[in-house]
Design a binder for this molecule. Structure first.
Ligand code: 8YV
Length: 330
């Protein structure tokens, strides 16, 4: 008789009922509607007292969680779901989920790769151009009447032909690099290891990458391994003529160090779609014209969000059918 009691061993045996599935936090509207109307799944309450009562009642029987990259199945929640078998995550990033605990317990996680690569890379390019050419500040200049009032907008920085360092040359990093090649940029990158078959220049650390490039574009996955990777030393290497673009996770940058570098002009500027404590943006940044601020919209197009919703629902159908996820992470 098998003594394997891990989640993977339980997976194929018992059919999962709707009351054994929980939605954690707000997820995309289509996914939310389908979960409620087609499946009638449970919803984890947001209110702490209600949540505790809910978990006392349902925690032991929940087997499947559907969550987002913003609110995942964190350490405390996972600890209260002793029979959790799988986590279905809306978003390519799943750093809001306790990945280490999931791995230890044999709980697979699915994400939504590929379908959002183009939109996130497009956003990176938008930020790249906005940041180097000060397009946000220039627009504000027109709207407030400064141009009509006879002022000239300050000169900016050429965006074409720059040396660009990509931190994290995964699918999205590569898509950004391809786009930047069309701008005549010289692409450098840092990953834990050099990628075989890639012609871009490899650097063994984030600090080295920043020291050898004009613009640092952050496309690394979030999570404990990359937290604070872009620290004060890396920012010093970006230098007063250099720029940072971040479309990955706010946690990858030491945010107070970035705010200080922008405020003191020890870097020239930054374009940010992501922040350490979203939706909070450090108040100091709101006052600065050398930073472009976006509300984490990287994947936020109708087409891509619909595709991401499909991937989530396909994972759900597949898991309910035969205990497999179609896009498991790693
Ligand atoms: C989503 C993202 O906005 O996929 C990701 O990792 O950051 C974005 O595409 C987010 O995950 C939605 O929860």
């Amino acid at each position: 008789m098998s003594t394997d009691t891990s989640a993977s061993a339980r997976r194929n045996t018992n059919p999962i009922s709707a009351r054994q599935i929980v939605r954690v936090g707000p997820v995309n509207p289509t996914v939310t509607r389908v979960l409620a109307e087609d499946y009638g799944t449970l919803v984890l309450p947001g209110d702490p007292a209600e949540r505790q009562a809910f978990l006392s009642e349902h925690g032991p029987t929940i087997r499947l969680a559907v969550c987002s990259g913003k609110i995942g199945v964190d350490t405390a929640l996972m600890g209260q779901l002793p029979n959790l078998e799988a986590i279905i995550n809306f978003g390519v990033g799943y750093d809001a989920t306790d990945v280490a605990q999931a791995a230890e317990r044999g709980i697979p996680i699915s994400n939504t790769p590929d379908v959002l690569t183009d939109c996130v890379a497009d956003t990176a390019l938008g930020l790249y151009l906005m940041t180097l050419r000060s397009l946000g500040a220039a627009e504000r200049f027109v709207r407030r009447g400064s141009w009509a009032g006879g002022e000239n907008f300050a000169l900016t920085t050429r965006a074409s032909g720059k040396k660009v360092g990509i931190l994290g040359l995964g699918r999205i990093g590569q898509a950004i690099a391809t786009r930047l090649e069309a701008f005549g940029c010289d692409i450098h990158y840092h990953n834990r290891n050099a990628k075989p078959g890639v012609s871009y220049t490899y650097h063994p650390s984030a600090a080295e990458l920043a020291a050898h490039t004009d613009v640092l574009v952050i496309a690394a996955a979030g999570g404990p391994e990359s937290a604070g990777l872009v620290d004060a030393t890396v920012l010093r290497n970006v230098g007063p003529e250099g720029f940072v673009v971040n479309i990955a996770r706010g946690s990858v940058i030491d945010e107070p160090a970035l705010v200080a570098a922008l405020a003191s002009n020890t870097i020239a500027g930054a374009g940010l779609d992501v922040f350490a404590h979203e939706p909070q943006v450090p108040a100091d940044l709101l006052e600065l014209d050398n930073v472009v601020l976006l509300p984490h919209l990287g994947s936020g197009t109708r087409e891509t969000r619909a595709d991401m919703a499909n991937v989530v629902l396909e994972n759900l159908r597949s898991y309910l059918k035969d205990g497999t996820l179609i896009t498991p992470v790693s």
